[in-house]
Ligand binder design. Structure first.
Ligand SMILES: [Zn+2]
Length: 496
């Protein structure tokens, strides 16, 4: 009886321990849900993993060197070298001894199962466990979630796609630019397969890629052949995508094409300000946005009616359009001329009056900077805008390189506008000026910004409030466009 009881108790505890073991295994397997199973081979009573099979299961690339019977496993950033009949494994710069040598049967390498699983864990390559029956090794995919890179040409630029196997928070992804033309993408939680990334097939504009991994975060850096104008970061299920908008080289190509066959068939009219951005406030409380929209619409109607040229408005109602979007609209409409209409204000000098036309060009005068600062102040009203703060001096020069190709045309248009305004509008000719207006940045076509008059001047503000006065301004700009069209729209265009 006693014996039976003891046996019974022992049976119970065995049952209990087994249940606990099963529960533990289930728990372990649960955590290894994305694990792959590799069979354990028993050879002469010893347990081995077949390496080629294991690598295939893990999607790890392998290389075989016949002359010295070595096999290389390309784990993410950890190159592992195994030699036939040798009991050492080399992982990067470190050697590890196995309890028994690697076997090689002419096609497959067999490595000590428990020791190798252990090494994968120690070296933080993969989580690997042998099942309790020692018949399989379960291992997670190599610990990286960023795999390789593709560069695709798009109609308006290029796209860098990074293949991934994890979801990252969009708001945590960050793009920055550093000296020498590098675009850096920071991915918190990103674990790049450095070898896969570096060996990705690259194409223009990406010249080189490098990876930096801090363990917490990683940075992928792309050396770009040329400056880009704008980018957009997106995440799909399998990819992080960086869309690079029309780079300068593409612009240069476009410019050449346009020079060859330049037809003024689309004019983009940009009514300054709008919506929550009223622009300057006149002495009579007349808002700049109202004046600019009225002139823009009058001009557009006149062009369509009397010139037969398509008109694209950046806005045709009282809405807020961020500055960057205005040139985007212009470029996407394939505009051939871009005219931005504004009205001036100098609260300090109340008798200042007249019209002036601006060009965007590096090397600005003091007055022009003041106007540019005011007109650009609207950027603070924009939400989620690309950062323009870097657009100064040399960056501005780069950003305007495409435009300087149209400098001669822009200058000519500006001078003709001033000339025509002087003929028709009874106010002061303040001349052609230069300034860094953001609205003009990126418009790859001849472009000018007209300040039609001073709302801070009592008389001029009253005039700008009159439809007849605005009609005169409109007619003058229209006449200038006709003269411009006649000069430049010809089969042979002087490219000097
Ligand atoms: Zn303005």
């Amino acid at each position: 009886m006693t014996k039976y009881k003891i046996n019974h108790r022992r049976n119970l505890s065995i049952y209990f321990i087994s249940a606990l073991l099963i529960w533990l295994i289930t728990l372990l397997y649960g955590q290894q849900s994305d694990g792959v199973k590799s069979q354990v081979h028993t050879i002469n009573g010893k347990k081995y993993i077949a390496l080629t099979e294991f690598a295939k299961n893990q999607s790890v690339r392998t290389e075989f060197y016949e002359h010295n019977n070595k096999m290389v496993l390309r784990f993410p950033s950890k190159k592992t070298v195994v030699s036939a009949y040798c009991s050492f494994v080399r992982i990067e710069e470190k050697n590890f001894q196995l309890p028994y040598p690697v076997l090689y049967d002419g096609s497959e390498f067999f490595i000590a199962a428990a020791a190798f699983s252990n090494l994968l864990n120690i070296e933080n390559i993969s989580d690997a466990v042998m099942d309790p029956t020692n018949s399989i090794v379960i291992s997670t995919a190599p610990k990286y979630n960023l795999h390789n890179i593709r560069v695709n040409k798009k109609s308006n630029g290029s796209q860098i796609s990074i293949r991934k196997s994890a979801t990252f928070k969009n708001e945590e992804l960050a793009v920055s630019f550093s000296r020498g033309g590098w675009l850096n993408l920071t991915i918190p939680g990103g674990k790049p397969d450095s070898i896969g990334v570096i060996e990705s097939h690259l194409s223009d504009p990406v010249v080189r890629v490098r990876t930096m991994n801090t363990g917490v975060s990683c940075q992928l850096s792309f050396l770009l052949r040329y400056q880009i104008e704008d980018y957009e970061l997106k995440q799909t299920k399998d990819e992080i995508q960086i869309n690079l908008r029309t780079d300068i080289s593409d612009n240069a190509k476009k410019i050449r094409e346009m020079r060859n066959r330049w037809m003024m068939n689309t004019i983009v009219i940009d009514a300054g300000h709008g919506g929550k951005d009223g622009g300057c406030i006149g002495v009579t409380k007349l808002l700049e946005k109202t004046v600019t929209l009225d002139i823009a619409k009058r001009l557009g109607k006149l062009i369509e009616k009397d010139m037969g040229v398509k008109v694209v408005y950046t806005r045709d109602e009282d809405v807020f359009i961020p500055l960057w979007k205005r040139t985007k609209i212009a470029n996407e409409a394939n505009g051939k001329v871009f005219i931005s209409i504004h009205a001036n204000s100098t609260p300090r000098i109340t008798n200042a009056r007249g019209y002036e036309t601006y060009l965007l060009r590096p090397g600005r005068t003091e007055d022009a900077i003041e106007v540019a600062t005011r007109e650009n102040a609207v950027i603070s009203l924009e939400e989620n805008v690309p950062d323009f703060s870097g657009y100064s001096d040399e960056n501005l020069i780069l950003a305007t390189m495409a435009q300087s190709s149209f400098m001669k045309e822009s200058e000519y248009l500006a001078s003709v506008i001033q000339e025509q305004l002087t003929k028709l509008v009874p106010s002061k000719d303040r001349g052609v000026k230069q300034a860094g207006f953001h609205v003009l940045v990126g418009a790859s076509m001849p472009n000018v910004l007209v300040e039609v008059g001073f709302l801070s001047n009592r008389q001029e503000c009253a005039n700008l409030g009159k439809a007849s006065y605005r009609r005169k301004i409109t007619q003058a700009i229209f006449n200038a466009l006709v003269i411009f069209k006649d000069k430049y729209e010809s089969p042979i265009i002087d490219s000097n």
